[in-house]
Ligand binder design. Sequence first.
Ligand SMILES: NC(=O)N[C@@H](O)C(=O)O
Ligand code: NI
Length: 162
Amino acid sequence: MLELTAEPLTPEAFAPFGDVIDTRTADYFHINAGRTRRYHDLAMVELLGDEARPLISIFASQPVAIPLTLDFLECHPLGSQAFMPLHGERFLIVVAPPGETIDPATVRAFVTDGRQGVNYRAGTWHAIQSVLDREGEFLVVDRGGPGDNCEEYSLDLRVTLE
Ligand SMILES: NC(=O)N[C@@H](O)C(=O)O
Ligand code: NI
């Protein structure tokens, strides 16, 4: 069993796995006669393979128990996957770099602060959506279209919070 303690999410620590979506760590420019700040192009949407198309969905998830025990991580080889909380929900993230296999030494766990979303790069191994504290709703942007876009890798994990 691989034991992990989730660390606070930062753009720098998450860089090998994808993007952190957060107005507090992003640049913006004004539009709409100065009434709107556009936090522009915050994450790289990847849509690979023939007939790929973007999907916008909402996940309404029941909270996970802590410690979180997992027996697999998954990845989407054909596209990125972004999760943005709609009501300030915190969630747990467990990731490993893209690859055919997972080196347990490279697995990292993070916890968000409610203002952060993430975009998993295509191929990044990750735990399925794991909201904390209460039922949560997340806007999800990922890849639709033909082809197998979900692979699983068996790995026994136990994740705690600091
Ligand atoms: N299956 C699905 O759409 N969701 C997972 O990919 C996930 O990361 O939660
Ligand atoms: Ni996923």
